[in-house]
Each structure stands twice: as structure tokens, then as C-alpha cells.
Design a protein around this ligand. Structure first.
Ligand code: GTP
Ligand code: MN
Ligand code: MN
Ligand code: MN
Ligand code: MN
Ligand code: MN
Length: 194
């Protein structure tokens, strides 16, 4: 993945670095696109104020709060509900390529579909950052249609820092997209981005 991976312990010893924590929330679903294409999973990202896609979360202060407490605070601001994130949800830490001297900590959490829909509603109705730092939550299309629509186009957009790599790592590790389909979607997206 883009940006060097670093252990959580090594990351926390870097007092000269800023730390950010972000979360991929997902749920299983029986919903079908056009009444026939099984969607299987719902994965949430957000459109940020700067026009880039990223995950909910933000800067945390390890000297004042745990990574998980800081992430929970950011989620309250950005999605408007308390999402209890624990060390069990931790995935990885990376030295971010941009901005320099930033370490990005990544989490994933599986929830029920009904809970995810409540979060989407709260993100509009009660989140303090809605319309400001966050322009809206978006669902990631995980399928590839015959005309190349879906995940390949989604991956052609622009992403903040190494969030695109975080998304790809999670889709693979959690088995949310079959590996062959994921590789092909990345290949098609890279052709469109070139
Ligand atoms: P403020 O409340 O304005 O301070 O923003 P924030 O705390 O919500 O910070 P933000 O979510 O923008 O994250 C801080 C930094 O982490 C950003 O400047 C980006 O460089 C980076 N970043 C933002 N979103 C993501 C993400 O989803 N993944 C990764 N890897 N980095 C991100
Ligand atoms: Mn329609
Ligand atoms: Mn913040
Ligand atoms: Mn924030
Ligand atoms: Mn944020
Ligand atoms: Mn803020």
C-alpha cells in the first residue's frame, strides 16, 4: 500500500508526527440494484469539503486521548452519532505520503444494515460538520457492470492522502470484492486516471 506501513507502537512513539484516524463502516445487505444485481455489502466513504473522497475520522492527539477515543470524537462530529470504535477494529498505520509528517491509522467496523442507514440519516440530520467539512456520505459501488460502470469509475475519482489504498486494502482483506474483480477494477481505473 502507498505510504510505508508502521506498527501502532512505532507510530505512537513518533511525537514529531501528526496522527489521523479514519474508519470504514460496512454492512451486509440483501438489496439488489435494478431489482436484480445483488449489492451484497454497503461500504461508506464521504465527500470532503475539498472535493476529495475519504473516510470519516480526523486528527487525534495521542498525548491527550487514545486513538480510538479521538476517532470516536471525530465520528460524532462528522456522522452525528457515537460509533464505539475499539482496538479490535484497528487495521493498520502508515506514514502518509501527503501531507508529510502525518501518520494515518485505519479502522474497519461491521455493523447491521439498519444501523448503517441510521448513520447515513444522522450524517445529514445531526452531524455538526454536515455541509461544512463533510459534504455527504457516499456508498462505494462494489460491483462492475458490463459497460465498466461501478467500482472502476468510483476508483477513478480523486482521494485524500492514502485513503484509496486504505479502501483497496479493506475490500481485499474483508473479502468484500472477489480478488480478480478488484484487480480488474483497479486496472480499468488506472487506465482512466492516466
Ligand atoms: P479538522 O477537524 O478540520 O481538523 O479535520 P479533521 O480532524 O477531520 O481531519 P481530516 O479528516 O481531514 O484528516 C486529517 C488529515 O488526514 C488530512 O489532512 C488528510 O491528509 C488525511 N486524511 C483525511 N481523510 C483521510 C482518509 O480517509 N484516509 C487517510 N489515509 N488520510 C486521510
Ligand atoms: Mn431509477
Ligand atoms: Mn478534527
Ligand atoms: Mn473532522
Ligand atoms: Mn475528517
Ligand atoms: Mn473539525
Amino acid at each position: 500500500m502507498e505510504g510505508q506501513e508502521i506498527t501502532r507502537e512505532a507510530a505512537l512513539s513518533r511525537e514529531d508526527h501528526k496522527h489521523a484516524c479514519h474508519l470504514l463502516l460496512y454492512a451486509d445487505t440483501g438489496a439488489k440494484l435494478f431489482g436484480k444485481i445483488p449489492i451484497k455489502h454497503i461500504v461508506l466513504m464521504q465527500m470532503r469539503f475539498d472535493g476529495l473522497l475519504g473516510f470519516p475520522g480526523g486528527l487525534v492527539k495521542p498525548s491527550e486521548e487514545s486513538l480510538e477515543a479521538g476517532l470516536t470524537r471525530e465520528l460524532q462530529e462528522e456522522v452525528g452519532v457515537p460509533v464505539a470504535v475499539t482496538a479490535d477494529d484497528y487495521v493498520s498505520s502508515h506514514l502518509a505520503p501527503a501531507p508529510p509528517c502525518l501518520i494515518t491509522h485505519f479502522y474497519t467496523k461491521k455493523i447491521e444494515e439498519a444501523e448503517l442507514i441510521d448513520i447515513e440519516r444522522a450524517a445529514v440530520a445531526t452531524a455538526a460538520d454536515h455541509g461544512l467539512e463533510v459534504l455527504g456520505m457516499v456508498r462505494v459501488p462494489l460491483y462492475t457492470l458490463r459497460n465498466g460502470g461501478g467500482l472502476p469509475w468510483f476508483l477513478s475519482h480523486s482521494f485524500i492522502s492514502n485513503s484509496r489504498a486504505q479502501l483497496l486494502e479493506a475490500l481485499q482483506r474483508l473479502g468484500l470484492v472477489p480478488l480478480r474483480a478488484l484487480e480488474e477494477a483497479v486496472r480499468q481505473a488506472d487506465v482512466r486516471r492516466a
